[in-house]
Design a protein around this ligand. Structure first.
Ligand SMILES: [Mg+2]
Length: 213
């Protein structure tokens, strides 16, 4: 069971963690915008742009990192384009999530490879923003996100005092560096494949309640 103490810092990844795979349409709507941005930037057809995206994701960790390295893209321009609200779907209102988050002792932050406005808008739609203390976003990581060690270093520095950090994530790739730093890792995923270094596994964010002390 995870100790639920006032000195615990709860870090939540946003996409497919604070909302689950049952709302995959949310990330799909953003993905579509990212592919359109790549298409517009590189000047190819949609299919090729989508392939390039996957390639960047593999090689650079995120599509944006690839675009910055290979196409000199300005990150704010990228996010301004992909976050246009009329083209996006947001997660549904969830009073259960609000209740769950309010039960957590200690500070709660979003730790995301996106820009803050995306998760903030999503949290507004879910009705949970009041239960969160803030968003540590990609801009605050100087555009070099998880799983790069610098992202976790910056997070620790930002939090200040050595605290008991718990990271909830749907990506094992992003959880692994947290594990190496001694953070408590919670793999949030319906996946059945769980590496043995993962501290806790829950299929969905709402299951966090079951592993709280
Ligand atoms: Mg995620």
């Amino acid at each position: 069971m995870i100790p639920n103490r006032p000195d615990t810092v709860w870090l939540f990844d946003y996409d497919l963690t604070l909302y689950g795979t049952e709302e995959r349409c949310v990330i799909n709507s953003l993905d579509h915008r990212i592919s359109l941005f790549v298409q517009k930037t590189v000047g190819t057809d949609f299919e090729t742009a989508h392939k390039l995206r996957t390639d960047y994701l593999e090689r650079f960790g995120t599509t944006l990192a690839g675009l910055m390295a290979m196409n000199q893209v300005d990150p704010d321009e990228f996010f301004d384009f992909i976050h246009e609200p009329e083209n996006l779907i947001y997660p549904k209102e969830s009073p259960e999530k609000l209740k769950l988050l309010q039960r957590l002792a200690g500070r709660r932050y979003v730790f995301t490879n996106g820009r803050h406005d995306w998760s903030e808008a999503g949290m507004d739609h879910m009705g949970i923003r009041s239960a969160m203390d803030g968003v540590f976003d990609l801009k605050m990581m100087d555009w070099v996100g998880k799983p790069h060690d610098s992202a976790y270093e910056k997070m620790e520095r930002w939090l200040g005092e050595k605290s008991q950090i718990v990271l909830l994530e749907d990506s094992l790739r992003n959880l692994e560096p947290a594990h190496r730093r001694g953070w408590t890792t919670v793999f949030v995923s319906p996946s059945a494949e769980i590496p043995d270094w993962v501290d806790y596994h829950i299929p969905h964010i709402l299951d966090l309640i079951r592993i709280l002390e």
